[in-house]
Design a protein around this ligand. Structure first.
Ligand SMILES: C[S@@+](CC[C@H](N)C(=O)[O-])C[C@H]1O[C@@H](n2cnc3c(N)ncnc32)[C@H](O)[C@@H]1O
Length: 351
């Protein structure tokens, strides 16, 4: 019997076909399980030390039987293991710790959104829900890999020392804390409209002991323009936020925001981080990173009042707002080689 004969036999086998058909369900439940493992503090407790189910349940105030079932499930997926009546993280699960932000964003923030797709396909059905707090927190956790290094590299192109950072749509406030730590003379102002993101930022700033240097406001980009400015920022970061304003308030809303900021602070430097819409580009979408992240990420934008655009769109809009592109860079190719995450450094055009 040839290798091909064996392949045909396996492919014709009903059980084999069923297992293949169930594979997406397995991954769906596993991604959800890993999210809960992180989000409920179980992962961090197990990082500290191995635990018996009893001590873990007690430490986290969990129902022992449910926790046991949850961990037995994860053990079968190779995420935890039971050794001598104790549960511990496996090597495989220790490797995903760094990437928990993707679980916070895509499952905590948008897990519910994906389940609403059917209902929201209907005409006039409005937007699907999302957990904005988790979106802001997850996005910040992920930004350690892409947007924060990209922002730092764009900042290095600013021809003066930055003293006051304004971060609009700051989510959990991680940029504020990271930059204040990196630049001891820097002060910062974070603006975040979602209650959950704003609360997470207040908590992070408090935990970091930076209350003296970081102020926070619970408002949207356009609400900010309408409120009196108590601070004098010399650079602004909008990380994955113009796509939100574009969805909510259209092109005129983004223009209003950018020109309003320029009127108020004519010499300000603006760093924009965005993701380019390339959902129809077959070559790019064939990349494993595109299939692992960007494809589901693009999908959620169609259902949640956010609008991604091509780079030409943004560059035309900056031009209309009298902004000059001083530098344009992409995320580190060691983390993401698709060039879909882009950063711009902008400054008012000299007339
Ligand atoms: C994808 S997260 C990005 C968070 C952070 N800037 C980062 O780079 O990781 C988008 C953030 O924009 C906030 N946002 C949504 N609509 C906004 C608006 N109209 N004005 C300002 N921020 C907005 C969301 O609440 C969320 O925290």
């Amino acid at each position: 019997m040839t290798k091909r004969d064996i392949e045909i036999m396996i492919e014709g086998n009903l059980e084999y076909q069923l297992i293949e058909a169930l594979e997406p369900i397995r991954h769906h439940v596993l991604a959800t399980g890993i999210y809960h493992l992180f989000n409920e503090g179980i992962y961090d407790k197990l990082l500290e030390s191995d635990h018996s189910i009893e001590s873990l349940a007690k430490a986290l105030h969990f129902d022992e039987t449910k926790l046991l079932g949850f961990l037995r499930y994860l053990a079968n997926e190779g995420i935890v293991e039971f050794i001598d009546e104790k549960v511990r993280l496996t090597k495989k699960s220790k490797q995903i710790n760094e990437f928990r932000g993707w679980y916070t964003l895509m499952i905590g923030g948008y897990g519910h959104t994906y389940l609403q797709i059917g209902e929201k396909l209907k005409e006039g059905s409005g937007w699907a829900e999302r957990d904005s707090g988790q979106v802001g927190v997850g996005s910040c956790q992920m930004s350690k890999f892409d947007a924060i290094p990209l922002t730092r590299s764009l900042m290095a192109e600013i021809p003066k020392e930055c003293k006051y950072l304004l971060d609009v749509g700051c989510g959990e406030g991680l940029y504020l804390v990271e930059f204040c730590r990196a630049f001891p003379n820097l002060k910062a102002w974070g603006v975040e409209p979602s209650k959950g993101g704003y609360q997470a930022a207040v908590e992070l700033v408090r935990r970091s002991g930076l209350e003296e240097r970081i102020v926070l406001t619970n408002a949207s980009a356009l609400e900010l323009l309408e409120s009196p400015f108590k601070h004098e920022p010399d650079f602004l970061i909008v990380g994955y936020v113009l796509q939100e304003v574009l969805g909510q308030d259209g092109e005129s809303g983004v223009s209003k925001f950018l020109t309003g900021i320029l009127e108020r602070f004519p010499d300000i430097y603006i760093i924009v981080i965005e993701i380019e819409d390339q959902i129809t580009n077959k070559k790019i979408m064939g990349h494993s990173m595109s299939l692992a992240f960007y494809n589901p990420y693009y999908l959620l934008h169609y259902f949640t009042n956010q609008r991604l655009e091509k780079l030409e769109f943004w560059e035309r809009l900056f031009e209309k707002c009298q902004l000059e592109v001083k530098a344009k860079k992409f995320a580190d190719i060691n983390v993401d080689s698709t060039d879909l995450t882009v950063g711009y450094l902008l400054h008012r055009k000299q007339s």
